[in-house]
Design a protein around this ligand. Structure first.
Ligand SMILES: *[C@@H]1O[C@H](CO)[C@@H](O)[C@H](O)[C@H]1NC(C)=O
Length: 483
């Protein structure tokens, strides 16, 4: 009898304790609703993205609940973060607090051992290896090669008095650039196959995480493994070439450079690491730069004053060349200050990536709320770029905002990320963008075919009709481009 009372009392107390604990805990969770199980707000978000209302959707959420709230994305309990202070928090948080692991579906596509997934020592080692190829001092040597790739592209695809579709062509350009400089894959069937496969991979990146035959994710995973096999074959070929010592510094590419890195006599990176990181570079580098270039074409056409100033800067550089065939140099790129401001402004208004994910590794106390361990962070970093209190008149395209760099508040322009994870491809993207814009404005003029060009996010912005323009050639491209 006594023990029965004791046990019921115990049961009652634990129930009470459980209720209080839960109440306290749930009271401290950020505001917002988790929505319907599994689906949560995923479909709503995907729908907004398809309709090019991603930014509005994110802003609406921040207006309703503030800069921190809870929701359910891709079947995971999630906390939404936005704003300058949260950007700073993300960049400065340590590896015991937040992990950059992506949702499982994205992870399968990027590869388990890619740079985004790695932490601590592994991350530093891989980032160091990749940066040794992508840092300015290294890329300086490749300006001529990038220049050549751009001229080849223009000679092939941009003809006088023609209508062209910009977005697919910019993808072709950035893909060829990556293939030549980073992978060292020649033009031909293999390159074409790689393009097709990576397009399928990117297509599945933010698809619903449902792996059944005929879903986007399923097709995407298949494409990723086929692309992986091609990269592995490239790695083997290049290793043989290195062993035969045929590689001259001129033929260096990212794979060769990663292969030749040694640590205590052994290779610094395993083949699987090289494969995953090449795939990650391709996925991260291909659509981002092509998106920026496409928006630039549109914005330059829509803003005649910007075009005038841009043309002045680029004509000045062209006048410095003795002949029309002299390639651009590293010094020329350094003079393209206004051009880079235009690109920065385009990235502010139309960042290729508006949000990303983190995983919470331990309970985080934040502004009176708790973000529990095991949750996911859905971080809308780029929303500060459209905040009128930081960037006045945020929907006005105005490259002069960056004349005084010091006036830009920290952690508010985050199109390239920040902190220890600042985009390693920053310099590569900068060179490619500046050089392409140089040739476009000095050799061509263009008009948009349509005033309205609808966009959807998938997950990166896609011009649904490809952004058709009509081009006129002002000055023929040099004749001695080797085709
Ligand atoms: C595609 O879905 C089927 C059925 O669920 C599965 O057996 C197959 O492994 C999936 N393919 C990939 C590449 O994951």
């Amino acid at each position: 009898m006594e023990s029965a009372t004791f046990f019921s009392l115990l049961a009652f107390l634990s129930l009470l304790f459980f209720l209080i604990k839960n109440r306290v805990r749930s009271r401290r969770l950020p505001p917002g609703s988790l929505g319907i199980p599994i689906i949560g707000q995923s479909l709503e978000l995907l729908k907004a993205m398809r309709a090019d209302r991603t930014e509005e959707w994110l802003q609406e959420r921040a207006r309703k609940y503030g800069p921190i709230s809870k929701l359910n994305i891709f079947g995971t309990k999630t906390v939404f973060l936005t704003g300058q202070a949260h950007n700073k928090f993300i960049y400065s948080s340590d590896e015991q607090t937040l992990s950059t692991k992506q949702p499982p579906s994205v992870r399968r596509l990027l590869g388990e051992r890619n740079l985004f997934e790695m932490s601590s020592e592994d991350h530093r080692r891989l980032r160091g290896a990749i940066l040794s190829f992508l840092k300015p001092e290294a890329l300086k040597r490749y300006v001529g090669k990038m220049d050549q790739e751009i001229r080849l592209h223009l000679a092939h695809h941009w003809h006088h008095d023609h209508e062209i579709s910009v977005m697919p062509l910019m993808k072709t350009l950035t893909f060829n650039m990556i293939c030549t400089l980073l992978f060292g894959v020649e033009r031909g069937e293999r390159r074409k196959t790689l393009v097709r496969l990576f397009e399928e991979v990117v297509d599945g990146m933010l698809a619903l995480p449902i792996n059944l035959p005929f879903t986007r994710l399923n097709r995407s995973i298949r494409a990723r493994s086929e692309a992986g096999a091609i990269i592995m074959a490239l790695i083997r070929e290049k290793r043989e070439k290195l062993e035969r010592e045929e590689g001259t510094p001129d033929e260096q590419d990212l794979i060769l450079s990663l292969l030749s890195m040694r640590d205590d006599g052994g290779p610094l990176l395993s083949d699987a690491e090289i494969e995953d990181n090449c795939a990650a570079v391709m996925i991260a580098g291909h659509d981002t730069t092509s998106t920026l270039l496409t928006f630039l074409i549109k914005l330059i056409a829509e803003h005649p004053h910007v075009y005038e100033a841009l043309l002045n800067e680029q004509e000045e550089i062209a006048r410095g060349k003795k002949t029309g065939n002299e390639p651009l140099t590293w010094e020329d790129l350094g003079k393209m200050k206004y051009t880079w401001r235009i690109a920065t402004e385009a990235l502010r208004m139309y960042p290729p990536v508006v949000f990303s994910f983190r995983q919470v590794l331990r309970d985080i106390q934040m502004e009176g709320y708790v973000i529990p361990k095991g949750w996911q962070v859905f971080w809308a970093g780029c929303m500060t770029q459209l905040d009128g209190s930081i960037y006045p008149d945020p929907y006005k395209f105005d490259p002069s905002r960056y004349e005084d760099q010091a006036a830009i508040p920290p952690h508010t322009f985050v199109a390239f990320g920040g902190g220890s994870r600042l985009c390693p491809g920053y310099e590569f993207a900068r060179i490619e963008t500046l050089a392409m814009i140089h040739y476009l404005v000095t050799r061509f003029t263009w008009k948009l075919c349509w005033e309205e060009n609808s966009i959807s996010r998938d997950p990166m912005p896609v011009f649904k009709q490809g952004l058709p323009i009509h081009i006129q050639m002002k000055k023929p491209l040099s004749d001695n481009v080797i085709l």
